[in-house]
Write a protein that binds this ligand. Structure first.
Ligand SMILES: Nc1ncnc2c1ncn2[C@@H]1O[C@H](COP(=O)(O)OP(=O)(O)O)[C@@H](O)[C@H]1O
Ligand SMILES: [Mg+2]
Length: 242
């Protein structure tokens, strides 16, 4: 059974068709990648699925129940989101940020404390808990952002370019974390790193100008295009669209 299914989602900003009729379903514990050049609609799609943005048209189903104003808050408790770019408060420590982001979930105080400690350990941030976020390296900052998105134990986690600009070691660390999360969580991620998509994603959707050009297991797609890797596939798909 799909945990998430979207049907003919469109999002227009004036004349701009940022998302132009996309449909797909994601199964439980799948790592699903949204790939495509800048401006192809990846972030807009994630913002719609995380209830931050209303689509112009189309339907979204979580566990076969259609997303509506009435159940949006329930859905928010079941999903986590690490947006593109900076999302923590630089002038707060990691621990203060985590307490801030835990607040809306009204966790029992003891549970909250234990959860924060557990996440700090799991993301290897324990010795940095009192460090101000503005002084962290890119990799540590992203790990703290991921911790903030996991406080309420979401069943579905959205990751928007979480490894963007990180050094190879930090990227590798986050890959390990994503693989581990897969045991308990469904992951919908965007990335510009094709090696990452090939390695991590069970399936990918290739977006161009708000439309899905192809959707499948990355290795199957590479085979089907007789390409040497995903970079070549994406290059050819995007070229074809020009
Ligand atoms: N709030 C907005 N208002 C107007 N245009 C937007 C807005 N958000 C995104 N866009 C436009 O929608 C298109 C898709 O953007 P986005 O989803 O951010 O792409 P991606 O994440 O694939 O780079 C781009 O042309 C972008 O400029
Ligand atoms: Mg984006």
């Amino acid at each position: 059974m799909p945990v998430l299914e979207i049907k003919k989602i469109k999002k227009f900003f004036g004349k701009l068709k940022a998302v132009n009729g996309i449909s797909f379903a994601v199964d439980e514990n799948e790592i699903f990648g949204l790939l495509g050049p800048n401006g192809s609609g990846k972030t807009t799609t994630q913002r719609i699925l995380t209830t931050l943005l209303a689509p112009t048209s189309g339907e979204i189903y979580y566990d076969n129940k259609q997303l509506s104003d009435e159940n949006a808050n329930d859905i928010r408790h079941r999903i986590g989101y690490v947006p593109q770019g900076e999302c923590l408060f630089g002038d707060l420590t990691i621990e203060e940020n985590l307490r801030f982001f835990a607040a809306p979930y009204n966790l029992d105080k003891n549970h909250e404390k234990n959860k924060i400690n557990e996440l700090l350990e799991r993301l290897e941030l324990g010795d940095r808990r009192k460090h101000l976020v503005k002084n962290l390296s890119g990799g540590l900052n992203k790990r703290a952002s991921i911790a903030a998105a996991l406080l309420h134990e979401p069943k579905i986690l959205f990751l928007d370019e979480v490894t963007m600009g990180l050094d190879p070691n930090s990227r590798y660390h986050i890959w390990g974390l994503i693989r581990e999360l897969k045991n308990t969580t469904t992951i919908i991620m965007t990335t510009h790193y094709m090696d990452e998509a090939e390695d991590l994603c069970d399936r990918i959707a290739i977006l161009s100008k708000g439309k899905i050009m192809d959707i499948d297991n990355p290795h199957k797609i590479i085979k089907r295009y007789h390409a040497k890797d995903l970079n070549e596939v994406i290059g050819r798909v995007i070229e074809r669209e020009k």
